[in-house]
Design a protein around this ligand. Structure first.
Ligand SMILES: Cc1cc2nc3c(=O)[nH]c(=O)nc-3n(C[C@H](O)[C@H](O)[C@H](O)COP(=O)(O)OP(=O)(O)OC[C@H]3O[C@@H](n4cnc5c(N)ncnc54)[C@H](O)[C@@H]3O)c2cc1C
Length: 583
């Protein structure tokens, strides 16, 4: 599934025949092939950015900085899932914030750590570039208004408490043999104290883009690309809801739907129904011409039911984390022009077990009573293994001393309210028994398997044998003193397991140009963020998706601008093809 490839055809004609049926529910029409002078255009720009999240805003600012006339088109108000995120950006290699807080890091050190996560999603050279450019990308973000005034949160946590701007947001404390641990989770000022979600990262960037003259085109769903008979993308067609009272209702409903999806998903359905009815009845087609290029940055596809059923069947029990625009339409637009979608079966599921800080010292088992992960790893490693390989089963097993110390450590000094409340809720569902056999019976798992698992775990915790999952003895606590406790954290129980999609369009890693089946760039078409395969397309650690959005968005914005200025940017694609080795 992970290598599933969907591509468009290369026929020409009035419309282009494509494999859009492989991307159900994307609401995208086949690209329109037309002579540009015969079409009626509503406006013209050098660069058109489709979708204003982390990737889109970075592309728009970069293109504007290059002197291009830029517009962003967003189906809603802009901000996307980035504006409902935790606002963490994974950055390192010696960022200004790392330096201010006395953290030593280098691009090489960052590379050595990150290659464990990224693996073959991008080439080694691209990952190196990502690490080398990371301090500059962080400067780009701060130069455009995002602030980081807090301190370092030095111990491991899923998400730091208020007042901290830097923390270990991935597996930096795990890959210590290859890289010196350095905190790289850069958390923007202004995140909501209660929920830890919000527009802290992106709101200043949108403001900056507008200040730099980027034209906002809101309430406009790009429904098809316009290409010329040579196969070059020359513009977009969008379905636009006008301003006034209808536009206001559209804005309110899209905002309510975005909030509801995160906090109470069933309510979001009702808002979306009304929102779609407005779009259906009031939207009118508009066409915008792009001299340099169109950047697709319209997010992932996790809220597209048909696509997730087709490509992510094992993740169905997890909560779909995203906003209304996450329908995969940007990916489909790319395919409609001959692009290739890959890794659609790759997703990241999040099952955080820290705080309390002691829980990662316990053992996680499935319903066979077998372990499947190093519990000290980042929650997305746990969640993804749990969903992709273990049927969503996750039972945390510990003994009395660990259960009691974890309760003592569960407080609002070291955890955000939401994570504290989720852990408290999970504790209430704990089951206990005096023996492991009795506990296994209560959990309906094989007692012999559980006993053997615990015996192996204890031997590794004592340092008598290496742990099968590479967990270090100081990250483990023996499970030996009854009563024994089990907390069922399987998908759909207690705490929440959530999921986002990671697949996207195959792009040239030097320019961000969308590649066709032959590996050649489609002139005038770029992709970034979750519309493109990038550093976050194998696995996720906190902040990697936003960081990838900045990296790939700037790359696309720069190259689209250069194309508008008449430069031959596609010559580099050939050079890139000679660098196929994975990271
Ligand atoms: C609760 C939550 C917390 C998260 N926390 C983090 C975090 O802290 N750090 C991190 O790195 N990642 C985090 N993520 C993941 C991350 O937010 C997303 O993967 C990332 O923001 C995607 O950025 P993007 O620019 O690709 O797309 P988005 O931010 O989703 O932007 C896409 C935009 O495209 C628009 N759009 C869609 N279709 C069309 C169309 N046809 N025409 C016009 N416009 C369109 C949408 O309206 C949207 O505004 C989190 C996700 C969630 C849900």
């Amino acid at each position: 599934m992970a290598s599933e490839t969907i591509s468009g055809e290369t026929t020409t004609g009035k419309t282009r025949a494509t494999q859009l049926d492989q991307l159900p529910g994307t609401d995208v029409e086949a690209a329109l092939v037309a002579d540009e002078n015969s079409l009626q255009w509503d406006d013209q720009f050098d660069v058109i950015v489709v979708g204003l999240g982390a990737a889109g805003v970075s592309a728009a600012i970069e293109a504007a900085d290059q002197g291009s006339k830029v517009a962003f088109i967003d189906r809603f108000e802009g901000g996307g899932t980035t504006a409902r995120s935790g606002s963490v950006m994974y950055a390192g290699g010696g960022t200004a914030l790392q330096k201010r807080l006395g953290v030593e890091d280098s691009p090489e050190n960052m590379f050595n750590c990150l290659r464990h996560e990224v693996q073959d999603a991008v080439s080694e050279n691209t990952l190196r570039r990502f690490c080398e450019e990371s301090p500059g990308n962080f400067d780009f973000v701060t130069a455009n208004g995002t602030r980081y005034s807090g301190t370092l949160f030095a111990s491991k946590t899923s998400y730091p408490v208020h007042g901290h701007s830097l923390y270990y947001s991935g597996n930096e404390l795990i890959y210590t043999q290859d890289a010196t641990p350095a905190p790289r989770g850069h958390l923007a000022d202004g995140i909501k104290r209660f929920t830890a979600f919000g527009p802290a990262f992106i709101a200043p960037l949108i403001k900056s883009a507008l200040k730099k003259g980027v034209t906002p085109i809101r309430r406009s769903r790009v429904s098809r690309l316009i290409i010329n008979p040579c196969g070059e993308v020359i513009g977009v067609e969008a379905q636009q809801v006008a301003g006034g009272w209808v536009g206001f209702k559209h804005k309110i409903l899209s905002t309510l739907a975005a909030y509801a999806q995160i906090y109470f998903a069933p309510a979001a359905k009702g808002y979306r129904k009304k929102l779609f009815a407005i779009e259906k009845h009031y939207a009118k087609p508009v066409r915008y011409r792009a001299k340099g290029g169109v950047v697709l940055s319209a997010g992932g596809f996790i809220l597209n039911k048909d696509m997730t059923e087709k490509y992510l069947p094992k993740f169905q029990r997890a909560m779909k984390l995203g906003t209304t625009g996450d329908t995969g339409s940007g990916i489909a637009l790319g395919v409609s022009a001959g692009g290739v979608a890959e890794r659609l079966g790759t997703a990241t599921a999040w099952r955080f077990i820290n705080p309390p800080v002691d829980w990662p010292k316990a053992a996680i088992v499935n319903l066979q009573g077998k372990r499947y992960v190093n519990e000290a790893m980042y929650g997305a490693v746990i969640g993804t293994r749990m969903m992709a390989e273990n049927n969503g089963e996750c039972i945390l097993v510990m003994d009395k001393p660990l259960f009691e110390s974890s309760l003592a450590n569960l407080n609002l000094k070291s955890s955000r309210f939401v994570t504290w409340m989720q852990a408290k809720t999970a504790v209430r569902t704990a089951k206990s028994a005096d023996t492991l056999e009795a506990l296994a019976q209560r959990l309906k798992i094989d007692p012999e398997n559980l006993k053997q698992t615990v015996a192996d775990y204890n031997a590794a915790a004592r340092g008598e044998q290496p742990d099968a999952f590479g967990k270090q003895p100081n990250d483990m606590k023996e499970i030996k003193q009854g009563p024994f406790y089990a907390i069922n954290m399987s998908a759909g129980k207690g705490d929440i397991t959530s999921v986002i999609s990671l697949g996207g369009l195959k792009v040239c890693e030097l320019t961000g140009a969308v590649l066709n089946q032959e590996g050649q760039p489609i002139k005038g078409l770029f992709a970034a963020g979750r519309n493109a395969i990038g550093v976050a397309s194998n696995a996720y650690v906190s902040g990697l998706s936003i960081a990838d959005g900045v990296f790939s968005g700037r790359r696309a914005g720069l190259c689209a601008s250069q194309l508008a200025q008449g430069q031959d940017i596609h010559a580099v694609t050939t050079a890139e093809q000679q660098d196929p080795q994975p990271a």
